[in-house]
Design a protein around this ligand. Structure first.
Ligand SMILES: [Zn+2]
Length: 309
């Protein structure tokens, strides 16, 4: 009975954009007739915020049930890569710069070869504060460079770079160039062009400093799993003025820290707690949960509750 209720409720839920997948073949960018971009229908506050993403669209169920979700706290269990990626991000005279409401994003091309796989850079965007924490410490800004495998397999890899505020005014030139025309896209849905972009400094950092590697998920709906993350251990600098400018347009767009990889989804565990259902610290897969009549009922009830708003 629960499932019929859920399918109806979920079926009428709003279509949800996915900024982390934006511009990849899985979800084409959508340009409006007015020349702007469509604004994300998920957000970071209230009922469109991360606690309720699964209720926004049936495709977002992994946001509530996935067990290898991102972002995470990087602890001693997350290894450093043994090989550096091979990066080729060509300089450009300008690049399209969009305000999606959920982030600001730059559309660029480039390639990254890692672990024998060729990935194509599709876009990069920002989160403030950082989504990942490194040994519990967060950073003011995190940049995600979203790649898709060149072989068409649909595999996604994200180069993630954390930035820290400098005390001496030093900054990363790429951020200065990207944000030169930021005030032109202060309104969600608007588009402009960046100044000329040169990735040499960034590529040098990514290929000469330690990178954490793990397999997680998109940090935005649909929270799909199997995403390769390579995350810088050492932050790059950003000056206060550039940071404040980015923050004033992006606002807040950081998903809460997810459970340790392979452990239960925090939202599922929380709902089980509220329902008085005891669960192990290591949660079974969703399929296993559905085989358990008690868990199955709990999942159904949770989805029904989440879908009614
Ligand atoms: Zn992102």
């Amino acid at each position: 009975m629960f499932y019929s209720t859920i399918s109806i409720l979920v079926g009428i839920a709003a279509f949800v954009d996915a900024s982390c997948m934006h511009a990849t073949s899985k979800l084409q960018r959508r340009v409006t007739p007015e020349g702007g971009v469509e604004v994300s229908t998920f957000g970071y506050t209230d009922l469109i915020g991360p606690l309720n993403w699964a209720a926004l669209d049936a495709e977002n169920s992994a946001c509530t049930t996935g067990t290898v979700q991102s972002p995470i706290n990087i602890d001693e269990t997350i290894p450093i890569t043994s090989e550096a990626p091979i990066i080729n991000f060509p300089s450009v005279e300008s690049a399209e710069f969009e305000n999606l409401g959920s982030t600001v994003e730059v559309i660029v091309n480039g390639t990254t070869q890692f672990a024998g796989v060729d990935f194509e850079l599709k876009q990069f965007h920002f989160h403030t504060p950082s989504e990942h924490r490194i040994h519990e410490e967060y950073y003011p800004l995190e940049m995600h460079m979203v790649h898709e495998a060149a072989d068409g397999s649909g595999a996604v890899a994200v180069l993630a770079i954390v930035f820290d505020l400098s005390t001496d005014g030093s900054t990363t030139d790429l951020l200065t160039r990207v944000t030169e025309h930021l005030d032109e896209i202060a309104t969600p849905g608007t588009v402009t062009e960046t100044a000329a972009l040169d990735f040499e400094e960034l590529a040098h950092h990514l290929t000469t400093t330690p990178l954490f590697q793990y397999t997680g998920s998109l940090t935005t709906p649909p929270c799909a799993e199997g995403i390769t993350f390579l995350l810088t251990e050492e932050p790059l600098p950003i000056d206060v003025a550039t940071y404040n400018a980015l923050k004033s347009v992006i606002k807040f767009n950081s998903r809460f820290t997810q459970n340790k990889l392979g452990n239960g989804n925090l939202l599922l565990l929380e709902n089980n707690l509220q329902l008085g259902i005891e669960t192990n610290a290591i949660h079974p897969s969703l399929a296993e949960a559905h085989e358990d009549p008690v868990m199955d009922a709990a999942l159904a009830l949770m989805s029904a509750i989440a879908a009614v708003h």
